[in-house]
Design a protein around this ligand. Structure first.
Ligand SMILES: C[S@@+](CC[C@H](N)C(=O)[O-])C[C@H]1O[C@@H](n2cnc3c(N)ncnc32)[C@H](O)[C@@H]1O
Length: 275
């Protein structure tokens, strides 16, 4: 059986993906999480903030709002994601954008009061290394603040979409959603990985929220605005338009023809280095 593992890469948010991501996915599922995570960072009164995997800047904008006195360095592996975010940053905001791999940060030791990352660590090929890098650049007393999605079954929209696509092409299952964004939800694993990196005993909070969208928009958002798109384009039997139609029909069957109102669950994590 062939699956989509590794097809053009789960972390490749490039080409037409950033624009669709910012336009459709950010308001649907990322803005609420960003508001919540920025409030956590604001409590720490951090002055120098490093954001990794900043994408198109959903959290960056929330940080500008909640931490107006801070200087934010917003980084991401994929420059096209940052490009989509730069234009949307409020004028006068203290934000420096820079391409950077979170596993190999181009910053001196002890440079930042907080390292923050919204829905990025699940894409890191070596999370312990990513956490070690965050720890290295933190000042004493600083904190690493990030969030991850819960399992796909507790996030109804991607679950309905992925189930329909797997049913439509069981011999070549499109499992990007459960493998990547929803593939790192074991709280025990997260605690163990953080402990390995010298960030023991994190505080972990469950965040329940609601996605509000409609079937056509949600199908386009997930099939066109994530690396699932590349996996579909490389697929042996499905085309992008067929897959999008399959996803939309499944959402209509599941939620009816009105608005889609669906539960989403994530975890917020705050970790501090041992002294
Ligand atoms: C789901 S998006 C989250 C983007 C943004 N934080 C948000 O909340 O909208 C995941 C992001 O992780 C980035 N990414 C993946 N691997 C990375 C790495 N090793 N270092 C830095 N960023 C990475 C991707 O480019 C993508 O922008």
């Amino acid at each position: 059986m062939v699956d989509d593992h590794g097809v053009r890469g789960d972390a490749h948010f490039v080409g037409p993906i950033p624009d669709v991501y910012e336009r459709l996915l950010v308001p649907m599922i990322f803005e609420h999480a960003a508001t919540s995570l920025a409030a956590v960072v604001a409590q720490s009164a951090a002055k120098d903030i490093l954001e990794t995997a900043a994408g198109t800047g959903a959290l960056t904008r929330a940080l500008v709002d909640r931490c107006p006195d801070a200087t934010i360095t917003a980084t991401d592996l994929n420059q096209p994601m940052l490009d989509a975010g730069v234009a949307r940053t409020p004028a006068g905001a203290h934000v420096a954008w820079q391409q950077a791999d979170a596993l190999d940060l181009p910053f001196e030791d002890h440079t930042f009061d907080a390292v923050v990352c919204q829905f990025g660590v699940m894409f890191f090929p070596d999370r312990v290394r990513g956490y070690r890098e965050a720890r290295r650049v933190l000042r004493p007393g600083g904190s690493l603040v990030f969030n991850v999605w819960d399992r796909i079954e507790n996030n109804e929209v991607p679950h309905v979409i992925q189930s329909a696509l797997v049913e439509a092409a069981p011999d070549h299952p499109l499992t990007f959603m459960s493998r990547a964004p929803h593939g790192y939800f074991s709280l025990r694993q997260i605690r163990d990985d953080l402990a390995c990196a010298g960030l023991p005993d994190p505080t972990i909070t469950t965040v329940d929220a609601t996605a509000r969208t409609n079937a056509a928009e949600a199908a386009t958002a997930f099939c066109h605005g994530t690396p699932l798109r590349a996996a579909i384009e490389d697929h042996e039997t499905l085309t992008l338009s067929e897959a999008t139609r399959i996803a939309e029909r499944a959402l209509l069957r599941h939620f009816g023809s009105g608005p889609v109102v669906a539960p989403i669950r994530s975890f917020e994590v705050v970790a501090r280095p041992t002294t």
